[in-house]
Design a protein. Structure first.
Length: 148
């Protein structure tokens, strides 16, 4: 399978493809309310779009935390259901972390990880901070990744 990763701004055709993946995963599959899935950070965020054999199958985004200049936020990582189990989530997270590290302005990365995928983030070096909480009816943990 041929894998392509594209770094995408918060507008244009590739961004629309990323939003389509998020719509299918979060709104249709996980029943996240559409009005909170697309937010004010999308336009300024850097998005990564993963294509498998030319088909858009995964996405994620990063942006600077609006309250802490040394902190990046990583999120909206989504892989279409029929492509899960192929390690595309790992590929996306690795690329998103690479994008953050290349900016050399951040000391840490925060995420709101769904409880079901906490162990995936732990393998990358993220640590849980705080108790389980619910966002859009889904159990989450806030997690931090400290950059060296």
């Amino acid at each position: 399978m041929d894998i392509e990763l594209r770094t995408v701004a918060g507008s244009g055709k590739d961004f629309a493809l990323a939003l389509d993946i998020r719509q299918k995963v979060f709104v249709v599959e996980q029943l996240v309310p559409v009005e909170i899935e697309h937010d004010e950070f999308d336009e300024s965020a850097t998005h990564v779009l993963l294509l498998a054999d030319g088909v858009p199958v995964g996405t994620g985004r990063i942006f600077a935390d609006p309250y802490h200049a040394d902190t990046a936020r990583l999120g909206r990582v989504a892989v279409l259901k029929e492509y899960r189990g192929l390690k595309f989530g790992q590929v996306l997270i690795a690329r998103l972390l690479e994008e953050i590290k290349n900016r050399q302005q951040f000391r840490c990365v925060l995420i709101h990880a769904q409880a079901a995928v906490v162990e995936l983030y732990v393998r990358f070096g993220f640590e849980k901070i705080g108790a389980e909480f619910y966002e859009a009816g889904i159990a989450h943990y806030e997690m931090v990744y400290r950059l060296k």
